[in-house]
Design a binder for this molecule. Structure first.
Ligand SMILES: *Cc1c(COP(=O)(O)O)cnc(C)c1O
Length: 479
């Protein structure tokens, strides 16, 4: 049973139509990018200052490039349409954890992208965005019985992480029929990348069934042969810092396992391979490299059998779809000097760039300087620390970074922060979650005016109090 068959059984016309778009056979064209991303960003920064999206009173905001997100989604679909046999069902499920914002999920849904979720919260976000169950995939290494029951009742695809989880699914499948495609997550154990904390395919990774462990491969084969409803294999071996060749190696190992299962079953039991996400992002320049097309072409060269039409495909890209379309804009509150080092005290720090502050070697971010009017700042570069507002010394986004000398009232833009950054607030010092705004050049306005639309309001201090036990002031006195 392929994704297409499930489409046929759906009655909701709208959903069927959407699914046809998602799984559409015609190669979607990448939207023409009229303006380079860096020019769009410069325009947006200028407009954000002029329109008060950032200001002395609102010194921090996240900006999302809507045209960039649309073009990225179209390019992803085109990349896989180019390498798959005509008619191959392909579902691109955006990893919600990368940018867990409902309007972003909705925008991606319009662009033919579904959702990969890994918690009750993420599933609720996907549902709030109107993403249908047939476009939703549930992965997580620690699904509770209630989560599994809900997913199977909704018909959401579920990938079991381990034998104990599969036993739970056994019981649920026996007690109530489900439309959910069910798969097993495997760890091909092809090795890790440059960032240990993100490497999913090491020998001892916590994810999936470790295929090279003694007896594990045979266990997966038997598990499938014993359960005709197990129709998918899932592997997510990529991550930031992971070489493409290793990612492809993980997919190849998963494909070979699917072939073995199908040969032993004497039928095409495994009908879909979920290859996960994990395409690394270039944080060093505006260039998008590698592209989804690079990855798809490498897959076509190294694992052609996976793409010849016998298997449906699911992908789960997160960072590579959103990172480059987000910019964090922060006002320079003060500048000072210490020990001969220039320091710009800004409002962007650990609360919005947690990984960079705690692991600066693994997560360097580019920073662009703008003046108080939001114009790119000229001038000879000199080494400065870009500091955040939090009260610990390590709260630095960049150390000794060569930038035009920053002045009080300038703005710094922290680039490529659309995934795993400003949507991942860390409430150190009870700093407010910043507002996040989508932007687009307004075609109707002269001079390329930029329009903003608020994705999420800045957190208010009353909300901070409420979320910090403000309604339970006397809770501890009563003990
Ligand atoms: C995090 C995650 C993804 C997305 O990874 P990116 O590096 O953001 O592309 C996809 N699938 C699973 C199972 C994940 O845990």
């Amino acid at each position: 049973m392929g994704l297409d068959d499930r489409t046929d059984r759906r009655s909701d016309e709208d959903e069927t139509d959407q699914l046809t778009r998602v799984l559409g056979q015609a190669a979607p064209q990448a939207a023409p990018q009229v303006t380079p991303a860096s020019d769009r960003r410069d325009q947006a920064v200028r407009a954000a200052v002029e329109q008060g999206v950032v200001s002395p009173a609102t010194p921090l905001a996240g900006l999302l490039d809507v045209a960039g997100i649309r073009a990225g989604a179209a390019a992803l679909r085109a990349a896989f349409a180019e390498v798959t046999a005509p008619g191959t069902p392909v579902l691109h499920a955006f990893a919600v954890k990368a940018t867990p914002l409902v309007p972003v999920l909705r925008l991606l849904h319009d662009a033919g992208i579904g959702a990969e979720v890994a918690s009750p919260g993420e599933l609720a976000l996907a549902r709030a965005a109107g993403i249908p169950p047939a476009h939703t995939v549930l992965d997580s290494p620690a699904k509770t019985p209630a989560e599994l029951r809900e997913a199977l009742a909704l018909g959401i695809a579920v990938n079991a992480d381990n034998p104990q989880e599969l036993a739970r699914i056994d019981a649920l499948v026996q007690s109530a029929p489900t439309r959910s495609p069910v798969g097993i997550r495997v760890n091909p154990q092809v090795g890790g990348g440059a960032i240990e904390a993100l490497s999913t395919a090491t020998a001892t990774s916590k994810f999936g069934v470790p295929l090279r462990d003694e007896g594990a491969r045979e266990w997966v084969v038997r598990a499938c042969l014993d359960r005709p409803w197990l129709t998918r294999l899932h592997a997510h071996s990529g991550s930031q810092g992971m070489p493409l060749e290793l990612m492809v190696g993980g997919v190849a190992a998963t494909y070979e396992l699917a072939e073995e299962i199908n040969a032993r079953a004497g039928r095409r039991q495994i009908d879909t391979v979920d290859i996960g996400g994990g395409l690394p992002v270039n944080f060093a320049s505006d260039e998008q490299t590698p592209t989804h097309a690079d990855y798809a072409r490498l897959l076509a060269r190294e694992v052609p059998g996976l793409l010849d039409g016998r298997y449906g495909l699911v992908t789960e890209f997160g960072r590579s779809l959103l990172a480059k379309h987000g910019t964090l804009l922060a006002r320079v509150e003060y500048v000072k000097s210490a020990g001969g080092r220039g320091i710009a005290l800004t409002h962007a720090g650990v609360q919005v760039a947690t990984r960079t502050v705690y692991a600066p070697e693994s997560w360097p971010l580019r920073i662009a300087a703008y003046d108080a009017k939001g114009r790119p700042k000229p001038g000879p570069a000199t080494g400065q620390d870009i500091a955040g507002p939090a009260c610990f010394a390590g709260d630095l986004l960049a150390r000794d970074r060569a930038l035009p000398p920053l002045e009080q009232g300038d703005y710094v833009a922290v680039l490529d922060t659309g995934a795993y950054y400003f949507a991942h607030h860390y409430s150190y010092n009870s700093l407010a979650r910043p507002g996040i705004h989508g932007f687009a050049a307004d075609a109707r306005a002269a001079g390329g005016a930029v329009r903003f639309s608020t994705v999420r309001e800045q957190q208010r201090v009353e909300e901070i109090v409420a979320e910090s036990g403000g309604g339970a002031r006397d809770a501890l006195r009563e003990l």
